[in-house]
Design a protein around this ligand. Structure first.
Ligand SMILES: *[C@@H]1O[C@H](CO)[C@@H](O)[C@H](O)[C@H]1NC(C)=O
Ligand SMILES: *[C@@H]1O[C@H](CO)[C@@H](O)[C@H](O)[C@H]1NC(C)=O
Ligand SMILES: *[C@@H]1O[C@H](CO)[C@@H](O)[C@H](O)[C@H]1NC(C)=O
Ligand SMILES: *[C@@H]1O[C@H](CO)[C@@H](O)[C@H](O)[C@H]1NC(C)=O
Ligand SMILES: *[C@@H]1O[C@H](CO)[C@@H](O)[C@H](O)[C@H]1NC(C)=O
Ligand SMILES: *[C@@H]1O[C@H](CO)[C@@H](O)[C@H](O)[C@H]1NC(C)=O
Ligand SMILES: *[C@@H]1O[C@H](CO)[C@@H](O)[C@H](O)[C@H]1NC(C)=O
Ligand SMILES: *[C@@H]1O[C@H](CO)[C@@H](O)[C@H](O)[C@H]1NC(C)=O
Ligand SMILES: *[C@@H]1O[C@H](CO)[C@@H](O)[C@H](O)[C@H]1NC(C)=O
Length: 467
């Protein structure tokens, strides 16, 4: 009996060894077989693996050795690397009709971007080569005297210069090919504390790209951009008939982590501005929101405090191709909303009640930062948990993957250009000090990619037509 058992064991061992040395293994060598763990370790050793886990489910396996299907991590349109950021940490990107590229670097999210008065940090730059950048529109405008923090107030506050850039969160090129700079007026200090804004800091600055000179500065009153507001992103509608002044209108998001999030509307002709949807769930993060990027759970880091949830409010913003709907959504929520823009332009006595009643929940979008639109009227947005960018198609109510690539982590801002590409930054925000436990594991360079738009899509022109 003992002899028979030994013989059967030897036969099993032989078949096991046979499977192990059969290289390359047949596509599904283990199905229907009952190899024991010793046998599987032998398989692993013969196949050059030293780990003790299941050998057939490793993502690193060669395709020919795969037994259980494995995610390729890719999909949709291919992405192309355009720029590598070796210096400061970027968020926004804008691409002009002639291919000039601009980025911004917010001291409000990374102290290492904060200008101290003598560290030469810029908050807006033009991308000079594919790996270098230069302060824009001038080094001077990026150099507030004494730095971006005013230490003569108690406690210190962000400096209140209207003629200098403090902490820029977004750069956007409108349909008339002009660059607009969104200055939050806020920066972090060396302790990671976000300084309150002073009047003059939060502003919208227009730069003429033919002269590289500022042609308009709209400073927000403190009743519109509160000291603890965080103006995040902006979109423009330059149709002459949307305002009395005929100069068009801008819509901004206020993503303040301190809480009073909302949408800000600006008449570009009069400079008048007002808010809508403050305190509503549409512009806030969800309770106990947890996101995941690259398999890592994301909680907010709050130095000296217990970890918190991500409370970034409304952030991404995009206007439909015909200018009639504004799409928006927060980082800390998976919903995308829209509102007819006419409700936002209205600032009369009933206007906020009417605006709140006009918001439509369009879709779940995943976790996104910036949004963008093209002439297809697709609403592009990050889908970071899927290492992807997706788009919502208002015409059929669906959200789908546009690009998917393992190089994608935190998709920050996007810019559709007249060359028919969607440009976007991938900046590892999720691996930086803003996330618990606050260890900075970001690795330079940060990246900008682009992807060809579907159906020859391109940038939307002044009247909703192609530029
Ligand atoms: C696994 O199979 C081998 C080869 O048949 C045999 O020698 C060994 O005793 C088995 N191990 C266990 C734990 O069953
Ligand atoms: C940048 O340009 C250099 C020189 O032309 C080239 O070798 C490199 O691949 C480019 N890098 C990117 C990210 O495009
Ligand atoms: C700060 O930024 C510079 C580039 O501007 C970089 O070389 C340096 O490593 C950064 N320091 C930290 C602590 O991230
Ligand atoms: C700094 O604070 C002082 C004291 O409140 C004030 O007088 C000064 O205008 C501030 N400067 C800037 C640039 O904000
Ligand atoms: C930063 O923290 C240190 C240590 O707690 C403190 O001494 C210093 O005053 C803080 N600096 C500012 C600008 O708040
Ligand atoms: C503005 O004019 C366009 C045509 O150019 C029209 O489609 C749109 O409805 C008008 N919008 C308003 C608010 O009047
Ligand atoms: C919705 O529209 C997109 C873009 O045209 C298309 O790819 C997708 O198949 C459509 N989905 C459905 C369910 O109609
Ligand atoms: C895109 O444009 C090219 C060149 O004008 C044309 O050949 C092609 O058919 C267009 N594709 C689509 C999907 O419209
Ligand atoms: C946009 O349409 C208006 C009429 O609504 C017209 O006056 C204006 O010239 C058009 N602008 C462009 C750039 O097409």
């Amino acid at each position: 009996m003992a002899y028979l058992a030994a013989l059967l064991g030897f036969v099993h061992w032989l078949s096991c060894f046979g499977a192990a040395i059969n290289s390359p293994l047949p596509h599904i060598p283990l199905v229907g077989k009952s190899y024991n763990s010793t046998c599987l370790i032998l398989l692993a050793i013969v196949r050059g693996k030293t780990h003790s886990g299941p050998v057939w489910a490793r993502r690193s396996d060669n395709d020919e050795n795969k037994v259980v299907v494995t995610d390729t991590g890719t999909g949709g349109t291919a992405i192309e690397l355009v720029h590598l950021f070796y210096d400061e940490w970027p968020t926004g990107i804008a691409v002009s009709s002639t291919g000039r590229k601009f980025a911004n670097y917010p001291g409000g999210l990374d102290y290492n971007d904060t200008n101290t008065g003598n560290n030469g940090k810029y908050t807006v730059a033009e991308l000079v080569t594919n790996a270098t950048e230069s302060a824009y529109p001038s080094l001077e405008m990026n150099s507030p005297p004494g730095g971006a923090i005013n230490y003569t107030t108690n406690p210190p506050t962000a400096a209140g210069y209207a003629d200098y850039l403090i902490g820029v969160q977004s750069v956007v090129i409108d349909s008339a090919d002009r660059l607009w700079i969104v200055d939050t007026g806020r920066v972090l200090n060396e302790n990671g504390t976000l300084m309150l804004a002073s009047y003059g800091g939060p502003k919208l600055v227009g730069v003429d790209l033919t002269t590289d000179k500022v042609f308009q500065t709209i400073v927000f009153p403190q009743t519109v951009a509160f000291p603890d507001s965080y103006l995040n992103d902006v979109r423009f509608d330059l149709r002459p008939n949307v305002t009395a002044s005929g100069q068009g209108i801008a819509y901004l998001t206020d993503s303040s982590v301190e809480g009073r999030t909302g949408l800000v509307v600006v008449d570009l002709g009069t400079g008048e501005s007002w808010r809508h949807l403050d305190y509503t769930t549409y512009v806030q993060a969800d309770r106990q929101f947890v996101a995941y990027v690259w398999g890592k759970q994301l909680y907010a880091n709050s130095p000296g405090n217990p970890f918190g949830y991500i409370t970034f409010g409304v952030d991404g913003i995009a206007i439909s191709a015909n200018g009639e709907d504004l799409f928006f959504g927060g980082v800390g929520t998976r919903y995308m909303y829209s509102i007819p823009t006419s409700y936002l332009r209205d600032n009369s006595v009933n206007s906020d009640a009417l605006a709140q009643g006009a918001v439509v929940t369009r879709t779940q979008k995943g976790v996104a930062d910036g949004f963008e639109t093209d002439t297809n009227n697709f609403i592009y947005h990050g889908n970071m948990e899927q290492e992807a960018i997706s788009f919502f198609n208002p015409a059929n109510g669906t959200d789908q993957i546009f690009v998917r690539d393992p190089r994608i982590n935190w998709v920050d801002t996007m810019s559709v250009a007249t060359d028919g590409y969607l440009y976007f930054t991938v900046n590892q925000l999720c691996f930086g000090p803003l996330m618990y436990p606050g260890t900075d594991t970001r690795q330079r360079p940060f990246a900008m990619f682009r992807a060809k738009l579907p159906n020859n899509g391109t940038k939307i022109g002044v009247n909703g037509t192609t530029v």
